[in-house]
Write a protein that binds this ligand. Sequence first.
Ligand code: IMP
Ligand code: MG
Length: 175
Amino acid sequence: MKLNDKEFELFISADEMAEIVSRLATSINRDFAGEEPFFIVMLNGAFMFAADFLREMTVSHEVAFVRASSYKGTQTSGEVKIHTPVPEKIKDRRVIILEDIVDTGITMDFFLSELKKFSPKSVSIVSLFVKPGVLKQKIKVDYIGKEIENRFIVGYGLDYDDFGRNLDAIYVLKN
Ligand code: IMP
Ligand code: MG
């Protein structure tokens, strides 16, 4: 399959993605039963994950969206920008971050330090994917959909220069 100028091949089927999302949702419904968590969805990449995941939430909750970016093409730029304000309402709330992928962890590390300025009661991270590099930033991803090797993937919200976000399965860059 070709996206822009690069070739990708199927990596994780749409059915498997649905299973991963349901498993994550079940864990959150169990662990946050009786609480009222505040979800923060990391745009743009987590939009499709969040849409499917939140429909499976049985716990009462609020949702806000924050856009952060660090990537250019298939390489991280190492520079993080947060383009939308962090919701002040998170003070004393249990926050759950919904992220598509934590790779080097630079984005998450930066975002966590921003969040803490608003004094949430707790912060948990749910990420569909983590790559091995995440270990370098010593970030604890509390709920992991799937650990993947260090390859570039697209689909289910993840993009290659904004192409491929609509795909219902995950595709990997051909070597
Ligand atoms: P980090 O700061 O290196 O952890 O990168 C995090 C962000 O980079 C993610 O939220 C994604 O938007 C993007 N990213 C990392 N790996 C991939 C990938 O394989 N495909 C598409 N986007 C990626
Ligand atoms: Mg992202």
